[in-house]
Design a binder for this molecule. Structure first.
Ligand code: PEP
Ligand code: MN
Length: 298
């Protein structure tokens, strides 16, 4: 650990933590960076993996339309929740989770359009079903510290994206990642998606994108860090600037909510961007990443 100069590597992270609390998530030396491939896409390398799609897998037609269009626009993975951590238990028909059907439609869209899938699972009993389709398991913010569930997900051997709980410190986030790594599952990535904060700049914005956590995490861990500006800002016009800022901050990938008709989205209709905006963002994002890489290595 000697190479890490900071005596308190994180606000609440001590040098001992790197050796005793999360030795597998911690960097062994400053250049230690995890690189791995999922469905042919490299994470932690020079490229910029992008995951895009609707908040919810609303219907078969919607997910087919999105899969085809986002792939064309430069997305590497199709995202979409069939199992959703919805804040309130009441459902209008439009707001219904599509559950097993949604997972099946994701699988069909993956086959038809040749795009790999990332989707959230919230209960251990659905892991076998979700693993038939998902190339990456998404563990949502709300399950970040559900330790038996982290272990069960890790044991599937599937790559995992661990979203940060909106109240979690970097130390707690890395502790959760360690629960996955300790099972021998090495394809783990972190995802910053906004934290609770008193000042969020719009009445509808529930979270503040913590971009500072990107360099902070990368000082301490070798795991790739993905940024989701959609859930953080809850406001489509802010997605592009914050996505580009995330890349400048060192993010290894993006998760972006995209919907063909954002105002009609069944869930959180203020946050998705449309195909045109996504096309332009995906192209700007990869250009910015290449520009920064050229600066570092050129
Ligand atoms: C999502 O990505 O659909 C989601 C629910 O995200 P989070 O867990 O970050 O709220
Ligand atoms: Mn969502």
């Amino acid at each position: 650990m000697a190479e890490i100069e900071n005596k308190n590597p994180g606000k609440d992270i001590t040098p001992e933590d790197l050796e005793t609390k999360f030795p597998l998530a911690a960097k062994k030396h400053p250049e230690h960076v995890s690189k791995f491939t999922i469905a042919g896409i490299e994470f932690g390398g020079k490229g910029l993996p992008i995951m895009a799609g609707p908040n919810m897998v609303e219907s078969r037609d919607l997910i087919f339309d999105v899969a085809e269009n986002i792939k064309h626009c430069g997305s590497h993975f199709l995202r979409g929740g069939a199992f959703k951590p919805l804040t309130f238990p009441y459902r209008s028909p439009k707001y219904n989770e599509t559950r097993e059907d949604g997972i099946r439609w994701l699988g069909e869209a993956k086959e038809r359009f040749g795009i790999p899938v990332i989707t959230e699972v919230m209960e251990e009993r659905y892991l076998p079903l979700v693993c038939e389709v998902a190339d990456i398991i998404q563990i949502g913010s709300r399950n970040m510290q559900n330790y038996p569930f982290l272990t069960a997900c890790a044991r599937t051997g599937k790559p995992i994206m661990l979203k940060r709980h909106y109240g979690a410190s970097l130390r707690d986030w890395l502790g959760a990642a360690e629960y996955i790594l300790v099972e021998g599952n090495e394809r783990v990535m972190l995802c910053e998606r906004g934290v609770s904060a008193p000042h969020t700049h719009r009445a509808t914005s529930r979270y503040l994108l913590d971009l500072q956590v990107v360099p902070a995490a990368k000082e301490i861990t070798h795991l790739p860090v993905i940024v989701d500006p959609s859930h953080a800002t809850f406001w489509a016009p802010w997605v592009r600037p914050m996505a580009l800022a995330a890349i400048a901050a060192g993010a290894d990938g993006l998760m972006i909510e995209v919907h063909p008709n954002p105002s009609q989205a069944a869930v959180d209709s203020l946050q998705p961007i449309d195909y045109r905006s996504f096309h332009s963002l995906a192209s700007a994002a990869s250009k910015l990443k290449s520009f920064l890489i050229a600066g570092e290595f050129g």
